[in-house]
Ligand binder design. Structure first.
Ligand SMILES: Cc1cc2nc3c(=O)[nH]c(=O)nc-3n(C[C@H](O)[C@H](O)[C@H](O)COP(=O)(O)O)c2cc1C
Length: 390
């Protein structure tokens, strides 16, 4: 095998595509409808520029921050994703790689690994839940997370159950019966390295969601849990305030892109908002999250922490987001591709790429510290963001 190290996230993505069965790779690409928001998340960052300096920079730059009560060695957090079938070590490798680089990690309620195993490798763990099931079951889930050591809660609200994609949705088995698995055999046999990684681990990708249940209940398969979520009426802001009142610690609402909702989330008790369109998986046509960041920062940035997720692929993207007022960014696909390419070492490789990129950008623009960034450090074209709401 060649050198497993990769120099950019784009190369990690190429390796992930080569290595993963097409259904697993397709599940990571995800996206909705025509993929407008998914593409805009990435391309909007390209519209923002810098004004480089040539002399007078500090010899060393600083980039550590504190977000959700946790110190992070750079303004990057692992966004919660269900790491189903990508790698046998799944979320343990993601959180472990993050811990090795001094980075907090979000854990999805649709994750493939039990929270207790993940918390054992990263004490800076934020548990993510959806509004799914009845209130008692939600309480039981967050109680389990608290007992496991989660230090923050993320409530993700931006999901609209839109299912069609113009490039076709990946075929995912509904259950692990032989009948369901046979159609996937060819896809898997074409990817012997992926199959061998699983065979060596003595596991098979089961697509169960162990953090959806508590006690001795049997974990449901992904689609059963998804059905519960889909069948749950969306929460009111009073419901959000109720959930917040049940969690004693930092509380992020993820998926806010409007000033009016940002204010309501703050009134409901959120301590942190993630400006996000779920990586382009919510309503297609939602603008890139970086376009909406200034509106949210202007509305509530002096009251709560504001982070952003969606489209971050480079250290320079992190600098752009922080210059426009983000306290940190969350990353999703970037680490998923690293994980697919090279397990936990691939996750660490992605974080090293971002760190190097942040440092190079700060040096290039003559800013000594992430904390010193301001909107004047970036060039934002006219019309980049939609007109702000009142
Ligand atoms: C495959 C995949 C699974 C995801 N699963 C979850 C999830 O379970 N919970 C959640 O809050 N967000 C989930 N997300 C959204 C991410 O947390 C994050 O918002 C998004 O990936 C950021 O965009 P990026 O991938 O361009 O970095 C998922 C995203 C992807 C791509």
């Amino acid at each position: 095998m060649g050198n497993p190290w990769f120099e950019t996230v784009a190369i990690a993505q190429q390796r992930a595509k080569k290595r993963l069965p097409s259904s697993v790779y397709g599940a990571l690409i995800a996206g909705a409808e025509a993929g407008i928001s998914m593409r805009d998340n990435v391309s909007a960052f390209d519209e923002i520029g810098f004004r480089p300096v040539t002399a007078g920079q500090a010899a060393e730059r600083t980039m550590d921050v504190t977000v959700m009560g946790q110190s992070a060695s750079m303004p990057v957090i692992m966004s919660p994703t269900g790491v189903q079938a990508v790698h046998p070590d799944g979320e343990v490798a993601v959180a472990g790689g993050a811990a090795n680089r001094g980075i907090p990690s979000g854990l999805s309620s649709f994750a493939s690994k039990p929270i207790e195993e993940v918390a054992a490798v990263n004490s800076q763990l934020f548990f993510q839940i959806y509004w799914a099931g009845d209130k008692d079951s939600m309480l039981a889930r967050i109680e389990r997370a608290k007992n496991a050591g989660a230090v923050g809660l993320i409530l993700t609200l931006d999901w609209s159950f839109s299912h069609g994609r113009d490039w076709g949705s990946p075929a995912i088995p509904q259950s692990f019966t032989l009948k369901e698995l046979i159609p996937h055999a060819t896809d898997v046999l074409r990817k012997p390295r992926w199959a061998w990684t699983w065979a060596k681990s003595g596991q098979i990708p089961r697509l169960t969601v162990p953090n959806f249940v508590t006690g001795d209940d049997k974990p449901p398969v992904f689609f059963e849990a998804y059905g519960t979520w889909m069948g749950t009426p969306p929460p009111t802001w009073e419901d959000v305030a109720w959930l917040r009142s049940q969690w004693d610690g930092p509380f992020m609402v993820k998926g806010v892109v409007r000033a009016d909702e940002a204010r309501r989330a703050v009134d409901a008790g959120a301590t942190c908002l993630s400006v996000s369109n779920h990586g382009g998986n919510n309503v297609d046509g939602a603008p890139a999250s970086i376009r909406m960041l200034p509106e949210i920062v202007a509305a509530v940035g002096d009251q709560v922490e504001v982070v952003l997720d969606g489209g971050v692929r480079r250290g320079s993207d992190v600098v752009k987001a922080c210059a426009l007022g983000a306290d940190a960014v969350l990353i999703g696909r970037a680490y998923l591709w690293g994980l697919a390419a090279n397990g936990q070492a691939g996750v660490e490789n992605v974080l090293d790429i971002l760190r190097g990129g942040i440092d190079a950008t700060l040096r290039g623009i003559g800013v000594d510290s992430i904390a010193d960034l301001t909107p004047d450090d970036v060039i934002v074209p006219d019309g980049f963001s939609p007109p702000p709401m009142g």
